[in-house]
Design a protein around this ligand. Sequence first.
Ligand SMILES: C[S@@+](CC[C@H](N)C(=O)[O-])C[C@H]1O[C@@H](n2cnc3c(N)ncnc32)[C@H](O)[C@@H]1O
Ligand code: SF4
Length: 293
Amino acid sequence: MKYDIKKDTYKLYKKNTNFFINIGLQVTRNCNLHCIHCCEPERMLDLSLIKIKKVIDKLSDGGLKKICITGGEPFLRKDIVEICRYIHNKGMLATLSTNGFLLNKKKILEIKPYVDNIRFSLHGTEEIHNQIVKNKKGFEKVIGSIKMATDLGMPVSVVASIFNRNHQTMLDIAKICEEQKVEKLYFFSLISRGRAHPIYDKEYMPFKNIQTSFKKIINIAKKESWNLDMNLVDWSIEGQCVLVFPDGRLAGVPSFQDKDNTNIIGNILKESPSNLWNKYLFKDNYINYYKNH
Ligand SMILES: C[S@@+](CC[C@H](N)C(=O)[O-])C[C@H]1O[C@@H](n2cnc3c(N)ncnc32)[C@H](O)[C@@H]1O
Ligand code: SF4
């Protein structure tokens, strides 16, 4: 299966409409950073490699074709290359989501045969990005890692989570991505979960304001014939994202009736994949998301 970063995942789903399309597999909740908006701050014990492989087996048996390896920070796991290799050998497409802080050429070359796309987080210009990730070297590190990955021929995407603090830097982020030969940029609105919950009122930016800025950027990109593919994701729509937590629990987010806006569906290590899909409350929103992204 050849991965085209600019094409939607929905095509994969049409071949198997009885299961999830794409799942975020949290291989750890540990992290080297402490971002102000992080929706996944609660620490949990990591699954052993054997158990992670069991989770991947079950997801693959259910018919999953695409996984986003995420966290926490996936590069904190010493066995991350083996996890990527195992997913690849199951015939699934893999995106690896990272803050970019811990990467070097050796690590990129090790995962390159098994990962179809590395997704970095970049939340603004240097000053603003560093404020958000609470680290003076955050921007320098992520830009260095993006450069390294594109130079090594790795397809690269970027996520920018947008709220009051960094809304004014959306165009700067897009320009950096275009300059750095990033293929796809996602602007996310803020999800009120984890550490974002207490700052949500202060940092909330109405989605229509983000959308207005996004449209202006799209027009500039058209006029200047950019190569960058840009997407805007409204996280006020329930159940668009399905995650496997480090303890095997499968959850749909956001879910506004539930604690921490998180709908726990069941545990993939204890239940059949089809049971979990049947119980999923937000199928329409979830499928629509992948039709459009
Ligand atoms: C949870 S992180 C895990 C991977 C890695 N540690 C990273 O930061 O890229 C995945 C993505 O979710 C985004 N994110 C985290 N909390 C968020 C929130 N409350 N609202 C919107 N996006 C959020 C991050 O900015 C990051 O791009
Ligand atoms: S957003 Fe990513 S890098 Fe930032 S604290 Fe959360 S898991 Fe870590």
